[in-house]
Design a binder for this molecule. Structure first.
Ligand code: AMP
Length: 396
């Protein structure tokens, strides 16, 4: 793989596309810096070589132009502390200030540019905007896995201006290697655990996983469409009526391919979507009218754990229930701890980004699983079998 390990950056100005899209609280303080710390090894290597760095990132979704909430200036002091160097800041990602500051960088110095998404040209993948950005550096490194599925100016289009001076950073390389370990070279049995709200969001990934997985565990809201498709009664649980045929099709394909699909035997059902709801445990195919399944039950947890314990490789994407509400978080927490426990016994566990990653962080298990991906949408698209623009731009 074309990574920064193959280069020495002495005397080079390196444009590094990072994903510093971190959450900020009402005082504009960073509440979770993991996206910044994930890029530190790449930044350290470039500075240790004697290169300088121009950091490119977006923050939030600034649909209405610049605002204090989406300014990358909020990150300057924290990045300076983490890197141990005073990071400079250009309050526009293009223009005179960015040009002059980037030209003045000396070995080891770091410049952060203002939010790329203040220009619509970024998300439009504008060629000229990408070319303007490219002039700010001699070499291009992409270390932003979280945006690798977007063909934006700074994530993909820019790479063409660095035909032989571009590569992946360590984070991108790690993300790709870990995903490939599951997709292309898994120790078997390979189990995919898929959860979350909607089957329509995960249909392509499930279809693609049917080609590689031995077991697919389906939990969360989406499981009720499968259960209904099999003739079960799901009460008021989340149901996508227009997906019933597709769900049956998936169950058929799985049977033909010898992939075992595991649905939750029982559910915690509630009379309302709230922590104050009345709850019952019942079989997932016998949910009474007026009740909705919001978490998997004890029998489901036990049967899912049996599959987890016999697996050698596990991918987890999506919660088993409405884990944001304490009352319905048990299934997701049990899965998280089960994954940590089998990792300790040598099973490779890859946690998809988004809500599953949030759950792993919430239970402080990030060091007890094999890898927690930093990319929600990007990882999903990778497992859907798509070619990610941010990856192909470096490879081509
Ligand atoms: P996704 O973004 O598709 O991974 O879905 C994550 C969301 O699914 C979380 O906000 C969960 O609260 C929600 N979710 C999980 N299980 C259920 C369920 N049984 N009913 C309704 N929502 C659910």
């Amino acid at each position: 793989m074309n990574t920064i390990d193959h280069y020495n950056f002495a005397g080079q100005r390196v444009l590094v596309r990072v994903d510093f899209n971190v959450p900020l609280d009402e005082n504009l303080s960073i509440t979770d810096d993991s996206r910044i710390t994930a890029a530190l090894p790449t930044l350290k290597k470039i500075r240790d070589d004697g290169g300088s760095i121009v950091l490119l990132s977006h923050l939030g979704r600034p649909k209405n132009g610049p605002s204090p909430k989406t300014s990358l200036s909020n990150l300057v002091s924290h990045i300076s502390t983490l890197l141990g160097v005073d990071v400079r800041f250009a309050d526009d990602c293009i223009g005179t200030m960015a040009t002059e500051l980037s030209a003045s960088l000396k070995s080891g110095e770091v410049l952060l540019l203002e939010n790329l998404r203040y220009y619509k040209e970024e998300e439009n993948g504008d060629h000229d905007f990408a070319e303007t950005l490219s002039k700010l550096g001699d070499f291009y490194v992409n270390d932003a896995f979280g945006t690798a599925h977007r063909a934006h100016a700074s994530t993909a289009i820019i790479a063409q201006f660095f035909p032989s001076s571009k590569c992946f950073g360590y984070l991108m390389a790690k993300e790709i290697n870990n995903a490939d370990l599951v997709l292309n070279n898994p120790k078997r049995p390979l189990t995919a655990i898929v959860g979350g709200a909607k089957i329509s969001d995960k249909i392509v990934i499930i279809e693609n996983l049917l080609k590689v997985a031995n077991h697919i565990i389906i939990g969360g809201g989406m499981s009720y469409t499968f259960i209904k498709a099999k003739g079960g009664a799901v009460g008021n649980s989340l149901l996508e009526k227009d997906m019933l045929d597709l769900a049956l099709g998936i169950l058929d394909q799985a049977a033909q391919k010898g992939v075992k699909i595991h649905l939750p035997i029982d559910s915690i059902v509630a009379d309302e979507f709230s922590n104050n709801a009345q709850t019952l445990t019942c079989l997932s195919h016998e949910i009474p009218d007026g009740w909705m399944g919001l978490d998997i039950g004890e029998q489901a947890i036990a049967s899912f754990k049996t599959v987890i314990n016999l697996s050698q490789t596990i991918l987890w994407n999506g919660p088993m229930g409405v884990f944001e509400l304490d009352k319905f978080s048990n299934g997701t927490r049990e899965m998280a701890f089960a994954l940590a426990s089998v990792t300790n016994n040598g099973t490779f566990t890859l946690i998809g980004g988004g809500d599953s990653a949030a759950a792993i962080h919430q239970y402080k298990l990030e060091d007890k699983v094999s890898y927690v991906s930093t990319g929600g949408g990007a990882l999903l698209e990778y497992f859907e079998g798509k070619v990610l623009p941010g990856i192909s731009a470096i490879i081509s």
